[in-house]
Design a protein around this ligand. Sequence first.
Ligand SMILES: O=C(O)CCC(=O)C(=O)O
Ligand SMILES: [Fe+2]
Length: 284
Amino acid sequence: MIQTDGYMVIRNVFSAKEISSLRKTVKNHFKNQGLLANSGLTQPNAAVEVSDLGWLFYHPKILDVMRQLLGQEDIMFTSHCDIHCRTLSAWHKDDGMGVMEGGYFGFPAYDKEDCRVYKVALYLQDHAQNIGGLTVRKGSHKFAEVDKGEEVYIKTKAGDIVVFDVRLNHTGQQDILPFLWLEKPNFLLRKIMKKIFQTEAKQSKKYLKKLYEILFGERLSIFFTYGLPNDYTKNFSVNNMKRQLWQNKNANIFLSPATRQQFIKNNVLVAEEYFSELVNENKS
Ligand SMILES: O=C(O)CCC(=O)C(=O)O
Ligand SMILES: [Fe+2]
């Protein structure tokens, strides 16, 4: 259960056609946009910045899953969405404790039962035969320590989603070659490459990464977030939007009218109702 474990896997949410269309949209965006981050590219505030993704956020299956997990009809879209291409990762929480004082909730909310902000992790390729998908620490949404909790690697196929509490400890792909049996050889390979090609460690890492992408395709992912319509979700949304705006260095705050209209039509509340304070901040 998501309230005890802090995460839930839902299989076959998207069709092969939908995944292929999302891959196209994400790849196309990163052709000439995005920020360099974690050995790859990332686009914060993608619900606002990438208009072709709109349909994903009010997809009937996503709204069904969220209503079930949140246990009620009334749910709120936070306007959070990050998309990634080829990025690597390390253990962290998405509650903003590392980003601002008190995190996105304004204080450590690990013991709060009605703090229910859930993120969708959608990988646009299979991660069942490698360790490039999501690894979580079960139950770790209940405490502050990032290095505590039973480690679980979640095998996913393109079309599956993982929904997790934003306070949960998690990491994406950590090494350039995401295979458990290669943990030691990864290191040796880099050493050999350095000898043969006289390439520096950083350079040989880059070549290995490129080689992996040629063999297995580019690693693309989409993360987006909903919550119960309460103060926890509102604070998360406003403060997370601040983070997205800092990263983007621009002032695009609001969803397109078409996307907004679809949320209204589907009875989904939108956190951007509370973003007016951000407009004034961005002007000054
Ligand atoms: O790269 C991944 O798979 C994880 C990304 C992530 O944790 C995040 O965007 O917060
Ligand atoms: Fe994360």
